[in-house]
Ligand binder design. Structure first.
Ligand code: GLC
Length: 718
């Protein structure tokens, strides 16, 4: 630590030290974010080292000035905010954007978010959210990059790079927080904040790789999960935070608790009072207590009782100060804000939002090539409670976004299909927490469907049914929407079902009856315009599923990376094999599924060598031909399977993805390079190891064995 920080630390009182470890929150009022008088006093007294939810140039300048000019030591504050999928320009939710399989896009939207958030004074985002999620009941699956650890790791790298840029101290760098460490996505039965029970192996193979990638990319902060792991809350989990994160992964940034997570240790049943809670968290390695005020109240008592030492407190304070130095705050506490405001504040990047939305929507089915709409479809009925509800398209985290800035499906289609007659009926309420409404709008909706040549049926979830604290035991269409869907489809009018949601909605009957289905997720502010681009054929859908789409609630969790069983079920039938008697075991749509407007065929899978030395890269290539009549983009996934290893390996392990753009009739080649690490597995001590033997290499469009080309290589011993 630089000498002057050491000096600074020596001058600090206990109150000021604990202040650096405390994060307080701004309030959102009618005039925008502000800081309550109490919290202003806390800032002046040096009892706060960081804030969350306070943004906007003027507000941040003013409160930072309090910290810098009116406190005894003048230590600047860090301003944190949940910039998950956009700050003012709201992009598609992470689960959707992950399905673009495009690291450049992930990075670009994060870079744009960083530019907007830093112009609003934000110096820390609580993103990327990296919880591998396989349970659509869990509302936070919306914020996650989906079910696969390898995809999540690639996403982590791109997002950290995009938010932070090259230099944390640069005024447009947005320091990032990898959250929620670890395995929050495995909450029991998908119920929010419930306990987590995963094996050490699954923790390391599935839930931690994205965090390893974020740490390697230099992520500034890590947030432990609100949940426990086998009985020990992550916030108090010394082996997880100190041994795994700090020692093994080499993380040297700051650990920020989740909201009130330190005081939650009481309800978790591991601390008797705030002093014990504060001591547990601090000793586990949590540097900053977000909003729990447990450090403020508990640490002085814990010190008195000998539960912590002042040295332990100093170590955390030292990390926070060093971190503020790396963020450039001692050099310029205003991080460039004191200069004249950039013209661009408040200006939205609609073009990027539209592209991201277009690239994230997934065409699940398209019977009879209903899409793109034919010229003969003159009359278009846009039906459903999500059709005109633009604000809902922002999804669960809209940061400083303006719900009124969103283009609804109705408006997007009206604008994008100017030569058609477009009429709209809501049909029913969205349904959910606020009540389900009634069926009085059905007749109008059905009449409109009858009138039209094609119906665009916009169903799904309100934003509040998704995200944090939004677990659903029945993750299907809420309220009366199922009935509305039945009624509209029953008219026989060709229907495109557009699903807006933060999760795969489990509606097998309706999905089988609608001829065309587009998973639009929560597409962000340009959702309606992007839908129109795809429906009109201006652009072709290219998004893929970053999560398996279950065929039935009883299958949850269903994901492609399952381990083999001792009793595999080769077909659909048979007894004493691993299957359900009453439902298939496979999802309705696998990970990677997503249609475009053309067809592709894969041929000639080749590998550079048949026997791979321990330090060698493996080159893999495959021919791709556009066999359809339109230009389009194909995403090719690469999987491995090691059939005999010291522990049973997942049936498919993702190790690569590539996209290729081809004209009708054109053939191209997709190439992958797999480094030696791609073939490592964790040995019985959970250390990375290479086990010699045969490994199957597979490529194809989705995690569906029937659609994969396969070849074998032999791994030589290390
Ligand atoms: C929460 C969330 C976390 C978020 C924090 C601050 O309750 O779990 O993801 O960053 O609050 O808003």
């Amino acid at each position: 630590m630089a000498k002057d920080l050491q000096k600074l630390l020596r001058r600090m009182t206990l109150v000021e030290k604990i202040g650096q470890l405390s994060m307080l929150s701004g309030d959102f009022t009618a005039t925008g974010p502000t800081l309550s008088p109490d919290f202003r006093d806390a800032v002046r007294a040096g009892r706060a080292g960081s804030l969350l939810n306070l943004w906007g140039r003027e507000a941040v300048l003013e409160v930072q000035r309090l910290a810098v000019e009116e406190t005894r030591l003048g230590i600047p504050l860090v301003f944190g905010f949940d910039v998950l999928h956009g700050h003012r320009t709201i992009f598609p939710i992470p689960l959707a954007e992950a399905g673009s399989f495009d690291p450049m896009l992930w990075e670009l939207t994060a870079r744009r978010s960083a530019a907007e958030a830093t112009a609003d004074g934000i110096s820390l985002t609580f993103a990327p959210m990296l919880d591998v999620a396989r349970d659509p009941r869990w509302g936070r699956i919306a914020e996650s990059p989906g079910e696969d650890p390898w995809l999540a790791a690639a996403y982590a790298t791109a997002k950290v790079r995009g938010f932070q840029g090259d230099d944390l101290a640069s005024p447009d760098s947005l320091p990032a927080t990898a959250k929620h460490f670890g395995a929050y996505g495995a909450v029991l039965a998908g119920r929010e904040y419930a306990s987590v029970e995963v094996s050490e192996r699954t923790l390391h193979e599935v839930h931690l790789p994205a965090f390893v990638a974020a740490v390697q990319a230099g992520v500034a902060a890590v947030m432990p999960a609100l949940t426990d792991l086998g009985g020990v809350p992550a916030t108090a989990h010394a082996p997880l935070l100190r041994r795994e994160l700090r020692r093994n992964q080499g993380f040297d940034g700051v650990i920020v608790s989740d909201h009130s997570a330190v005081s939650d240790l009481l309800a978790h049943g591991v601390a008797g009072d705030l002093a014990e809670a504060a001591a547990l968290a601090l000793r586990a390695g949590v540097d900053i207590d977000m909003m729990g005020r447990a450090y403020e109240r508990g640490l002085p008592l814990a010190l008195e009782r000998g539960l912590v030492t002042e040295r332990e407190i100093d170590a955390a304070v030292r990390r926070v100060l060093r971190w503020k130095q790396r963020l450039g705050l001692f050099e310029d506490p205003y991080r460039g804000l004191s200069a004249a405001p950039a013209q661009s504040v408040g200006h939205l990047d609609r073009a990027l939002a539209r592209e991201a939305a277009r690239r994230s929507m997934v065409l699940l089915k398209n019977d009879g090539d209903l899409l793109p709409l034919s010229a003969s479809a003159r009359r278009v009925a846009v039906i459903g409670p999500l059709a005109a509800a633009g604000g809902e398209l922002l999804g669960p985290w809209w940061a400083a976004g303006d719900r009124a800035s969103a283009v609804s499906y109705r408006d997007g289609l009206a604008e994008g299909l100017p030569d058609r007659e477009i009429r709209h009926a809501a049909g029913c309420a969205i349904g959910g927490d606020g009540g389900n409404g009634d069926a009085s709008g059905f007749a109008e909706a059905v009449a409109l469907a009858r009138w039209s040549d094609v119906a665009v049926l916009c169903l799904g979830e309100a934003a509040e049914l998704s995200g944090e604290a939004a677990s659903r035991a029945d993750p299907g269409l809420p309220g009366l929407q199922r009935d509305l869907a039945e009624a509209v489809i029953a008219t026989g009018t060709p229907t495109l079902l557009v699903l807006t949601s933060g999760r795969p909605l489990i509606e097998p009957a309706i999905l089988s009856r609608a001829p065309a289905v587009m998973a639009a997720w929560f597409p962000g502010i340009e959702g309606g315009a992007a839908l129109a681009d795809l429906v009109s054929g201006q652009a072709a859908p290219s998004g893929r599923l970053a999560v398996s789409w279950p065929a039935d609630r009883g299958q949850i969790p269903v994901f492609f990376g399952q381990r083999p069983t001792g009793r595999p079920a080769p077909g659909d039938g048979g007894r004493y094999v691993s299957r359900y008697l009453d439902r298939p075991s496979t999802p309705l749509y696998p990970f990677g599924h997503g249609m475009g407007y053309t067809r592709f065929a894969l041929d000639t899978l080749t590998v550079t060598v048949d026997t791979l030395g321990p330090d060698q890269d493996l080159g893999v290539s495959v021919g791709v031909t556009n066999t359809g009549r339109r230009a389009g983009q194909e995403t090719v996934l690469l999987f491995l399977h090691d059939p005999v290893a010291s522990s049973a390996r997942p049936l498919l392990e993702l190790r690569g993805f590539q996209r290729i753009e081809l004209q009708p009739g054109e053939r191209g080649t997709v190439r992958f390079t797999l480094p030696p690490a791609a073939f490592e597995l964790l040995d019985h001590r959970l250390r990375p190891a290479r086990e010699p033997g045969r490994v199957e290499i597979m490529v194809g469009p989705a995690a569906d064995r029937d659609r994969l080309l396969s070849t074998w290589i032999e791994l030589q011993p290390a």
